[in-house]
Design a protein around this ligand. Sequence first.
Ligand code: RB5
Length: 150
Amino acid sequence: MVFSGPIALAADHGGYALKEAIKAHLTKTGIPFVDFGTDSTASVDYPDYALPACKAVVGGRCAAAILCCGTGVGISMCANKVRGMRACCCSDTFSAEYTRRHNDANALCLGGRVVGEGLACQLVDVFLNTPFEGGRHQERIDKMMALENA
Ligand code: RB5
């Protein structure tokens, strides 16, 4: 794994089952995580679960986040509103790889109603094991993060 520290996990009801599958996968592969909920399929609001997980990342308690909702989209929008977050909603391995290589993404967002558990675990593995390339991409990340003050 390229991240040093536990992975923050969070989901709403639409991503709950996928989060549980990812927890089992991380446990099996020996990757530490912190689970920020939700804890059932009862309806909840995804911003309430995105925020504490993202705060753990930007605050340093966790090294990156994996966030799940029904589509992965709503929770990724929430994550990208937290200063310091670079979240990508992915359902293909090319994007999961290049959002690490080029965007230095620190959150992978997945849709529990979009991807199956097998693909999701493959996306997680690619995301967690792909390094940022730096170089010209770092200059672009610097410009990206400056947009937080635009
Ligand atoms: C909840 O029904 C659903 O809207 C949510 O999980 C997510 O897909 C939003 O983007």
